[in-house]
Write a protein that binds this ligand. Structure first.
Ligand code: AAT
Length: 286
């Protein structure tokens, strides 16, 4: 933090560029067993969680990411009763997943209990997800957890940090194989996948890892101003060879969307999320 500004500098993942936020106050700072954690109160984006120098979420725009990583896979599944969340220590994805009327049970495995504790204290609008009775939180590594669960979940959402540090394993092909085995028939996965402006090669590698184990796979997008390049993508896979990921299996009406307090996700936004620039479509799919 220099002259009141936090800059998200990460020379390996997004060389030569950085997004900055004007900071009112550094609310908390510590080194946990796994990462450097900062909670910042920003001038215009509300509270912000930073791990190892990378912005994880801000109060102002988190709903775009948390709604989309949750409802894209949930709405692709005709009956998502049991859901697993990997990562997501702020609680925002849990908050979204429990909204879905068919979801009965949510299991979550997060590596760093300090992220959870600090989110409960400083990011209650997200951490409220942990208070729901359907949510069972385990502290541990998502990759290791997956090895011990077979034929259990309908949907697995991987809300992980970027592929540096503890999250690297969650982008590997072997992780997709483990997820396939942890799913029930017809299961769906959705993982944070980066942006095509800086990670196109990496996205292709992750997507191919998914493709090798899932009958259907695709890349979808959402807009998040506080993430690098202002948007982020998701790698989605389905075990159902008849699935059409672009068309929701369950379509909420506008009234239902409003009742669920969804501000970003809608049936039209779901369809549009899979529309990719031609050069990206060609590079990833052809
Ligand atoms: N909800 C949006 C915030 C995140 S948080 C990512 C979470 O993944 C963190 O809480 C981190 O502790 C956790 N995590 C990292 N590695 C693992 C692992 N191996 N097992 C379980 N949890 C893990 C996503 C931010 C995206 C940033 C985009 N630039």
């Amino acid at each position: 933090i220099r002259n009141g500004w936090f800059s998200e500098i990460q020379e390996d993942l997004w060389p030569g560029q950085s997004f900055s936020l004007k900071v009112k106050k550094v609310v908390h700072e510590e080194k946990s067993k796994y990462q450097d954690i900062k909670i910042l109160e920003t001038e215009t984006f509300g509270m912000c969680l930073v791990l190892d120098g990378i912005i994880q979420c801000t109060q102002r725009d988190e709903f775009s990411y948390q709604e989309m990583i949750s409802f894209l896979p949930l709405c692709c599944h005709p009956n998502p009763r049991k859901v697993l969340i990997v990562g997501g220590g702020d609680g925002g994805v849990a908050r979204e997943v429990v909204k879905h009327p068919l979801v009965e049970e949510v299991h979550q495995v997060e590596i760093d209990d300090r992220v959870v504790e600090l989110s409960k204290k400083y990011l209650p609008s997200m951490a409220c997800g942990f208070e729901n009775k359907k949510v069972k939180l385990t502290i541990g590594d998502g990759f290791e957890y997956m090895k011990n669960h077979k034929n259990e979940f309908d949907v697995i959402i991987t809300d992980s940090s970027d592929p540096v540090g503890p999250a690297v394993s969650l982008f590997q092909e072997s992780y997709y194989e483990l997820m396939k085995n942890a799913l029930r028939p017809g299961g769906i996965v959705c993982s944070q996948g980066g942006t095509y402006w800086t990670d196109l090669e990496y996205i292709k590698k992750t997507l191919n890892g998914c493709k090798n184990h899932f009958a259907k796979s695709a890349f979808a997008l959402t807009s998040v101003p506080s993430y690098p390049c202002g948007h982020i993508g998701f790698v989605i896979g389905s075990l159902d060879e008849n699935a059409n990921l672009k068309e929701p299996a369950i379509k909420f009406t506008t009234g239902e969307i409003d009742n669920l307090n969804l501000r970003y996700y809608s049936t039209d936004v779901h369809r549009g999320a899979f529309a990719l620039p031609r050069y990206v479509e060609k590079f990833l799919y052809e």
